[in-house]
Design a binder for this molecule. Structure first.
Ligand code: HEM
Length: 493
């Protein structure tokens, strides 16, 4: 009996060694990276927590395209402008897919915009881009809606009468309203229980990504399906969000105005009718439900987080805030609403908004992709099916392209005459075949919300507070730590 146990033990050790050697042999196909250890791969290099400094150090050591082995899974990181441009723009088609994990497959079934691939995604994405453009134009376009929301946000902050307040919730509500009108055709009251459940479900899902239980589910989905745990809650949140969207779709079907579609669901229902007899059509209720949820999820926290950083940076950089106020004073005298066209007269503000997005990037790195074929990036071979992670933050902090990358410096986007200059290296919205489809909307929102707030208030630290924390809360999206400021109405200064 003892001999059998020894034999089995010996066999197990041999199998583990063989597995490890096989893995060592297979790394020759991938860019170099931290030494592979049995079981954990290269994760020991980020064992104390993944900070952005660690990723920069790894790029310095192994080059701008390197591999971190997450156990048996190779993650190829593209670091800095040249590598990301090569991966996402020069090899746009080869890097056009998002990664497909068992969790995403089981939860989303290749529906929607963000985590879908192939034919379905191509149809939805093309339709989404055209529809967002249409919704941004016209009399009832999104721009007017944003102006109204910005005015309401100003009024909400005015209620504090210059006393310390946390602007986080009012900002998130305003941005949420913009997307709700765009996707569902209506704002929802904060007391609306179903809407609150939707917001909570999206929050839970955003926190579930890249957690231990998601990794575990992806490793052994056939087992996890039958076990309790946070993955079950994540699935029920997906279901909850989907049923919210489906209810809205039914409401739209009942009141449908085919000749005058007003929101994303209306436009989609028209498209579904047009494609009714097309056997290749991927336009259906399930895809519509997921697309609206994706717009809601991708469009809320992103823009709101940028605005939260914007106010924090104004408070901590008074000299820049003064210049913003001066530009507004010089250009506007009247009290009319601010519109997106006005940005052409406000080059300094345009530069400040871009610099906010660059200096305090809202993603930890970006959204991962997966290669559709073998590809050679900057002379480095990357096999088909490899997960590639474009480190967008490293692009926005790349010392070879930004004069003072670690400094909040709007001059990065100004020429010597003080005119705004767009920069190729500004890849905050990603690039290539899967670039952000909400970029235009986000740009309009950031401009109108920021300029309206700056015209209405001077932002200051509360009495007795010397400084605000500059480090973000870590996650896929990286908002500032909770903070308070005083919004002093401009006319009383
Ligand atoms: C400051 C605001 C925003 C930033 C910085 C941002 C950034 C990004 C980035 C980096 C990606 C991944 C791009 C890539 O892989 O190359 C992305 C994807 C996406 N964004 Fe945005 N985004 C913002 C606002 C919005 C808004 C307002 C919407 C919706 C109206 C939106 C909808 C989407 C969607 C649907 C995708 C997935 C596209 C795809 O996979 O094909 N985003 N965004």
């Amino acid at each position: 009996m003892l001999e059998l146990q020894l034999f089995l033990f010996f066999l197990l050790v041999c199998l583990l060694i063989l597995h490890y050697l096989k893995q060592l042999w297979s790394i020759r196909h991938y860019p170099s990276g931290p030494l592979l250890l049995p079981g954990i791969g290269g994760l020991w290099r980020v064992a104390t927590g993944v900070s952005h400094d660690t990723l920069i150090k790894l790029a310095k050591q192994y080059g701008n395209i390197y591999t971190i082995w997450a156990g048996p899974l190779p993650l190829v990181i593209l670091s800095g402008f040249q590598a990301v441009k090569e991966g996402l723009i020069n090899h746009s088609e080869a890097s056009a897919e998002r990664l497909e994990t068992p969790f995403l497959r089981d939860a989303l079934k290749n529906r929607g915009f963000v985590f879908a691939n192939g034919h379905s995604l191509k149809q939805q994405r093309r339709f989404g881009l055209i529809t967002l453009r249409k919704l941004g134009l016209g009399k009832k376009g999104m721009e007017q809606q944003i102006e109204v929301e910005a005015q309401q946000l100003v009024e909400t902050l005015e209620h504090a009468k210059g006393q310390p307040l946390d602007p986080s919730l009012p900002i998130t509500n305003s941005v949420c309203n913009v997307i709700s009108v765009l996707a569902f055709g209506q704002r929802f009251s904060l007391e609306d229980e179903d809407f609150q459940k939707l917001v909570k479900a999206i929050y839970v899902l955003s926190k579930f990504g890249a957690t231990f239980f998601q990794i575990l589910y992806d490793a052994v989905p056939w087992l996890m399906k039958y076990l309790p745990g946070p993955h079950k809650k994540a699935f029920s949140c997906v279901e909850m969000a989907r049923s919210f969207a489906k209810k809205e779709i039914e409401r739209h079907k009942e009141n449908q105005t085919l000749h005058e579609p007003q929101d994303f669901i209306d436009f989609y229902l028209v498209q579904m009718q047009k494609a009714e007899n097309d056997p290749d059509s991927a336009y259906n209720d399930d895809n519509l439900a997921q697309c609206t949820i994706d717009l809601f999820a991708a469009g809320t926290e992103t823009t709101a987080t940028s605005l939260k950083w914007a106010l924090l940076l104004m408070v901590t950089h008074q000299e820049i805030q003064d210049k913003v106020h001066k530009e507004i004073e010089d250009v506007f005298g009247s009290s009319r609403l601010i519109c997106y066209q006005d940005r052409k007269k406000l080059p300094y503000i345009s530069a400040v908004i871009h610099e906010i997005q660059r200096f305090k990037y809202i993603f930890f790195y970006g959204l991962a992709r997966q290669t559709t074929k073998d590809v050679n990036m900057c002379g480095v071979h990357i096999p088909k099916g490899t997960i590639i992670v474009p480190d967008l933050r490293s692009v926005l902090l790349d010392s070879e392209h930004w004069e003072t990358p670690e400094e909040f410096n709007p001059n990065h986007f100004l020429d010597k005459d003080g005119e705004f200059v767009a920069r190729e290296e500004f890849l905050a919205f990603g690039a290539g075949a899967r670039a952000c489809i909400g970029e235009q909307l986000a740009r309009i929102e950031l401009f109108i919300f920021f300029t309206s707030l700056m015209r209405a208030f001077t932002f200051q630290l509360p009495a007795g507070v010397k400084e605000l924390r500059q480090d973000p809360v870590m996650g896929i999206v990286t908002p500032p730590q909770p903070y308070k400021l005083c919004a002093i109405p401009q006319c009383t200064i």
